[in-house]
Ligand binder design. Structure first.
Ligand code: ZN
Ligand code: ZN
Length: 278
C-alpha cells in the first residue's frame, strides 16, 4: 500500500521530521510515501503553509531522503496546492521549475474563510452548509477546468465538521465527477475524515462507488500532520476500496500515473467491514 498525502513541519501546523514519516511508513509496510505539503498563497492561509521560498528546500530534502531510503521504500514529493483562481497562475509558476511527482489540488478557502479550519468555525457556522457546498463546488469546478492538478484532494471535505449538504448536491457532485472523469484526474481516498466529526473518508462510500462506476482512478492518503498518522485507518480504507470494486490505486512518478495492485490481505478484512461503515 501507499500513502500519498503526508505533511511536514514546513507548513507550520504539522509536526515531526520528514524521516520520521518515512520510518513510520516503512514500519507499516508501505511501498511508497509521498510528501504533499501545503502551498497556499491566499493571504489568510500563508501562515499555515510553506512559503514559496521554502519550496526548493522542501523539494531537495525529499529527493535526498528518497535516495537515502531507496532500498526500503519509494519516497515521492508533491504539493497540496490550495486552489484559488486569483493566484492559480502564480502557483503554476512556483511549481514549474521543479520535477514534482504529483500535484494535489485542494479547495480550502471560499473567499476569506477557510472551510476546513476549526479556527474559522464561528464565521463558517453563520452560513448554511448548502451555501458553503454550493460555493465549494463552484471552486472545485474551476480547478478541474483549469487542468491544475493531478489529484483532487478530499473531494467532499465540506462534511468535515459533521454538517451534511442536502440531497440536491448529489446531482451536483455527479456533474463534478463527470468533469473529473473527462479530465482524466485521479481522486484521492483521504482517510483523515474518519478522525473528524464526519466519521467518514473523503469521499464517502456512496461517492467512491460513483467514482468507480465512472472508471475514475483513486489514490490513497492519510493527510498525516504527524508521523503517527501515516497510514491511519487503512484497514477500513482497504476494505472500502475492495468492496467498492477497486483493485488498483494510483501512484505517480514525475506527474505520470501508474497503477499499484491491491488485494485482500485476508478474508477477515473483507468480512469485518462488509457493507462498509464509511
Ligand atoms: Zn487539504
Ligand atoms: Zn493535507
Amino acid at each position: 500500500m501507499i500513502d500519498y498525502h503526508v505533511h511536514t513541519s514546513l507548513c507550520n501546523h504539522a509536526n515531526g521530521a520528514m524521516d520520521q514519516y518515512i520510518q513510520n511508513a516503512v514500519a507499516a509496510g508501505l511501498k511508497e510515501i509521498c510528501f504533499l505539503d501545503h502551498l497556499t498563497l491566499h493571504k489568510n492561509g500563508r501562515a499555515q503553509s510553506m512559503s514559496p521560498d521554502d519550496v526548493p528546500f522542501y523539494f531537495h530534502a525529499a529527493r535526498q531522503l528518497a535516495y537515502e531510503y531507496k532500498h526500503q521504500i519509494l519516497v515521492k514529493v508533491g504539493l497540496e496546492v490550495d486552489f484559488d483562481p486569483e493566484n492559480a497562475d502564480q502557483a503554476q509558476e512556483i511549481i514549474r521549475p521543479f520535477d514534482f511527482d504529483v500535484i494535489g489540488g485542494s479547495v480550502h478557502f471560499i473567499g476569506d474563510v477557510n472551510i476546513v479550519s476549526s479556527k474559522d468555525a464561528s464565521v463558517r457556522e453563520k452560513q448554511s452548509i448548502d451555501e458553503i457546498c454550493e460555493q465549494y463546488l463552484e471552486r472545485l469546478d474551476q480547478m478541474i477546468s483549469l487542468d491544475f492538478a493531478d489529484i483532487v484532494c478530499h473531494l467532499d471535505v465540506v462534511k468535515k465538521f459533521g454538517r451534511r449538504p442536502s440531497a440536491v448536491f448529489e446531482k451536483k457532485f455527479d456533474d463534478i465527477l463527470s468533469k473529473i472523469s473527462y479530465s482524466n484526474l485521479t481522486v484521492e481516498l483521504n482517510t483523515s475524515g474518519y478522525s473528524q466529526a464526519a466519521k467518514e473518508f473523503y469521499p464517502g462510500a456512496a461517492l467512491l462507488k460513483k467514482c468507480h462506476d465512472r472508471n475514475i482512478p483513486v489514490t490513497i492518503g492519510s493527510d498525516a500532520h504527524s508521523p503517527d498518522q501515516v497510514g491511519r485507518h487503512y484497514d477500513k480504507a482497504m476494505n472500502l476500496l475492495l468492496t467498492t470494486g477497486y483493485r488498483h490505486v494510483s501512484a505517480f512518478s514525475r506527474r505520470t500515473r501508474y497503477d499499484i495492485e491491491i488485494s485482500p490481505s485476508g478474508p477477515e478484512l473483507l468480512k469485518q467491514n462488509h457493507g462498509g461503515n464509511t
